[in-house]
Design a protein around this ligand. Sequence first.
Ligand SMILES: [Zn+2]
Length: 545
Amino acid sequence: MQHIDRIIRSKNVFTAQDGIDTARELAIAIAGDRIVAVGAPDDVIAAAPAATPVIDYGEQFVCPGFHDAHLHFFHTSVGSSPYMLMDMGTSEAALVQHALEFSQDLPDDAWVVTQGWRDYRWDPPEHPTKASLDAAFPDRPCVMYSGDGHTLWLNSRALEALGVTRDSEPPAGGGYDKDASGELTGIAHEAAAMQLLPRCLEWLGEDRIASAYADQMRRMAEQGITSICDMSLMPMPGCDFIRDDVYDKLQAAGKLGIRAHLFPTLLDDQSRLEELQARYANNALLSAPGFKQFFDGVSSEHTAYLTEPYTNPRFPGDQGRLMVPVERMRKLVLAAAERGHTVRIHVIGDGAIHAALDIFEEEAELYGLPQHGHNTLEHLENLLPEDIDRLRKLNVIASSQPCHITLDPGGPERDLGLERSRIMWPFATYKQRGIRQAFGTDSPITAVTSMNVLYTAITRQDPRSHWPEGGWLPSERIDAATALRNYTLGSAYAAGDEQNLGSLEPGKYADLVVLDQNPLTIDPQELQATKVQATYLAGNLIYER
Ligand SMILES: [Zn+2]
């Protein structure tokens, strides 16, 4: 008789397998880090040695551990640590004041770093400048980065420490704002911001970062999240902010509390990914399934690339732009495919989505569909109607972040107009057309709160304000089973690990979560009150309420 470490049973087990949309009375036998049997409790218990512990969760809901298919773990962890202030602010002055209070407790070597400002949501909605920061922080470098992560707002001390002057040449795809007299305003955009940011955080050092990671892993377990896809944050070499060194250090110390799938930036030199793949070949918790690449920016800044100009153009022909020229992206993706690697491409605007699908189509003609893993599109906010079926045809995963839907109320209508904003985050259409979806948060852009992911996917209402009643574009609401499946099995597809992960089936990892109520049967408005009772990673209980 096979040794079984434990059996988990409940009257409400949702396995997330395709085609099964209900919770059933089942038992799950676990040996080591794997599920070895799932079936009627009497059968599973009878097939196990007599002394096998049985944990009976009664009516509580059991499903696969949640999997955040797109986040940035460095900024999520450090952003929740005592070393960085997460705040959107209600105005420039209010945020600066809050930063000033926050800075009192920082170590002496620290820069003042905040994350999350969105000037279009301030009162008044005006662009900030270094003047307010210089007044508050005359002697200490201060850097505040925007809620979408694409813009930095720096004070004079930070600009000086970074060597940025009015004569500095910004990198391609980036810019430093200047006022009428040619003086720096303290705002750095896109590639310029991304290039500066790592240097603004060097003072943290590895030990502070590792403790921030360990703390964040505990918070993920409290949310029932057992897997993450840690996505490269920046396209420049050496700036992906994927800290494999920190994961390794935590694993060596027995403190790795999550399954992490790492996606470094796609560069001409593919050795970073391949080195990680070699290192993690026999590592069940750490893996490097493929590449991440950026293609365009964000709609609110008019840097998402559209096929037609923005509805509220800031200049004639304002339709955003690709951060990476098509020809360059094509070369990169095809070179990756030639070596058997998949790519997850950041695309927001319909133009970027269309161009990315053209490249995947060419890849499929040349090399066939990927043998291992899947190409994905990340965020894909507004699509051309004809591109929806191309996702399925090319077996591309639609990787979305439900909490983005209501992040900028009125923004889609303002920037894209009514017609284009009718085909945004079309989760129900994806489902009807047979397109595999993955869910995440893009944390720190939105919080990792697992119930908010499910709530917004199901209701299309904002997790905080609950706006709008009935949901934004309600025809695209999805049922709870689909939302749960996207956030578990769908994300496992995005990680290229659906053979091992994402559903409760024999042979898969014993990653599962126990909830105090059944998301499939409760009123969706009650969903956010659902509590995680227990979280298991690789067969081990890592959180219990
Ligand atoms: Zn992201």
